[in-house]
Write a protein that binds this ligand. Structure first.
Ligand SMILES: Nc1nc2c(c(=O)[nH]1)N[C@H]1C(S)=C(S)[C@@H](COP(=O)(O)O)O[C@H]1N2
Ligand SMILES: [Mo]
Length: 323
């Protein structure tokens, strides 16, 4: 696998290819079965649908109180547009995952908290949500592919989860993991990806006031294609850091290797902060396409959130901070 991977990156045609799609193309070249061929039959689909359509037991918590502090410099992206333009490679590697993602059963949904904590435990998503106070925040989102959206998330700060988890002083990073069930998400059968989807934050990033766990968006429980029932939003970092449908939080000493970093470290670093002046190896990061508007606007350093986060990185001169 690693031989194919390395050789793949030398292909010149990817110069013009949007980043994430490159993997898909190579997957096809490598002879992987197509996502469609991997989909199961109708009886199975029916069962998945039944499981997937349990009424959301947290619906009464929405809409949550809006937090006025985090203001946008642009309109919120229309929900219809946002929920039909998603990256969720567990399902497939196009932006068109909304329909397939409906197969994901999001209740029951257990979240595991382990690693360097006082006592590891598992908790059901509804118990967790009700231990937290939900609020609504508007954030910008900048994908490393040079597009952006603006979203009204509902959720709670990662710092509150950290507090609840009671990590030990030796914990240096928070490692997060997405569900890994190839029966509902055919992309997980594509063995050239180093599944499960993993991402990590330093403890300073995780406890920064901006780091947010979204349980909802647009005033109701979050759509499956956007990462139900629990997804990260770290608006100063490139979008791939915002891991979806999280099942596990581990407090660790070693810096975790994210799924994309494991696949291609030169394009997806651990820090991955937004910086218009540092081009991606294959394209400029100077501007972004505002999805749904046809507008192109200049990208801002730290996606405009420097006041909140720049100090986190001021002592890290030897680290690669820019994707
Ligand atoms: N588990 C998982 N999380 C993920 C991804 C993914 O493929 N799988 N894609 C990431 C990328 S590249 C982006 S840009 C955002 C997209 O979030 P959105 O679909 O809600 O806009 O999710 C991120 N989180
Ligand atoms: Mo992304």
């Amino acid at each position: 696998m690693s031989i194919i991977r390395r050789r793949g990156w030398e292909l010149s045609d990817r110069l013009a290819t949007p980043e994430h799609l490159v993997f898909n193309r190579r997957g096809l070249l490598a002879g992987g079965a197509s996502a469609l061929a991997l989909m199961a039959g109708p009886a199975y689909a029916q069962r998945v649908t039944d499981l997937a359509n349990i009424p959301d037991p947290s619906a009464d918590l929405y809409p949550a109180k809006h937090n006025e502090k985090y203001v946008l410099d642009r309109p919120i992206t229309d929900e219809k547009i946002n929920s039909n333009y998603n990256n969720f490679y567990e399902f497939n590697s196009t932006k068109n995952v909304a329909q397939q993602a409906q197969a994901l059963p999001i209740r029951p949904w257990m979240v595991k908290i382990d690693g360097l904590v006082e006592k590891p435990f598992e908790i059901g998503i509804d118990e967790l949500i009700r231990k937290m106070t939900l609020e609504e925040r508007t954030y910008r989102h900048r994908c490393v592919e040079a597009w952006s959206m603006a979203i009204a998330w509902t959720g709670f700060p990662v710092a509150k989860l950290v507090e609840f988890a009671k990590p030990l002083g030796s914990a240096k990073y928070l490692r997060m993991e997405t569900f890994n069930n190839p029966k509902v998400a055919p992309g997980l059968k594509q063995s050239w990806y180093p599944w499960p989807y993993v991402e990590g934050l330093s403890m300073a990033e995780a406890t920064n006031e901006l780091a947010f766990l979204a349980t909802g968006a647009y005033g109701h429980p979050i759509a499956k294609q956007m990462g139900a029932p629990l997804r990260l939003a770290v608006p100063w970092k490139y979008g791939f850091k915002s891991i979806k449908s999280i099942v596990r939080f581990s407090f660790v000493e070693q810096r975790p290797k994210g799924m994309w970093e494991a696949l291609q470290a030169s394009e997806y670093g651990f820090w991955a902060n937004v910086n218009p002046e540092v081009p991606h190896p294959r394209w400029s990061q100077a501007s972004e396409e505002v999805i749904g508007t046809g507008e192109r606007r200049p990208t801002l350093l730290f996606n405009g959130y420097g006041d909140y986060v720049a100090s986190l990185y001021s002592d890290m001169k030897s680290e690669r901070l820019w994707a």
